[in-house]
Design a protein. Structure first.
Length: 133
């Protein structure tokens, strides 16, 4: 049972939904069905915030699920999920203001990248240990 992954997936899905709604509202406002026409910075920001979230969610959640399925201690899985969530949250919210909050954006990406690297390393170690034993 993937309880921890389900928990973090659900919170991240709500953030993803909010980012989707932002894009939809701005597309309606500017009557743009495809792309951003590069004239509307707020629409471009919304599209990239949503796009970036959709680019990172799959790998992060797959790695988290693998940790959980491979019986890594729950506290470690939870901490990895929390770091991934915080990274994605900071990055996403950095785009929600008129001016991008660069410090939140950079911090969010750093936390996201480090959480992905940590989860990947933990999964690799787990597989190698199980193959050896």
């Amino acid at each position: 049972m993937l309880i921890i992954t389900g928990f973090f997936s659900s919170i991240l899905a709500l953030i993803f939904y909010k980012l989707s709604i932002n894009v939809i509202k701005l597309r309606r406002k500017y009557k743009i069905s495809l792309g951003s026409s590069k004239k509307h910075r707020d629409l471009e920001q919304a599209i990239r915030a949503h796009g970036n979230m959709s680019e990172f969610l799959p790998i992060g959640l797959i790695l988290l699920a693998c940790l959980e399925v491979n019986h890594i201690p729950k506290i470690i899985v939870f901490i990895c999920g929390l770091f991934f969530l915080v990274g994605r949250y900071l990055h996403a919210t950095s785009f929600l203001k008129e001016e991008i909050n660069s410090s939140h954006r950079v911090l969010g990406m750093k936390i996201t990248h480090w959480s992905i690297v940590l989860m990947a390393i933990l999964n690799i170690i787990t597989v190698l240990v199980r193959l050896i034993l």
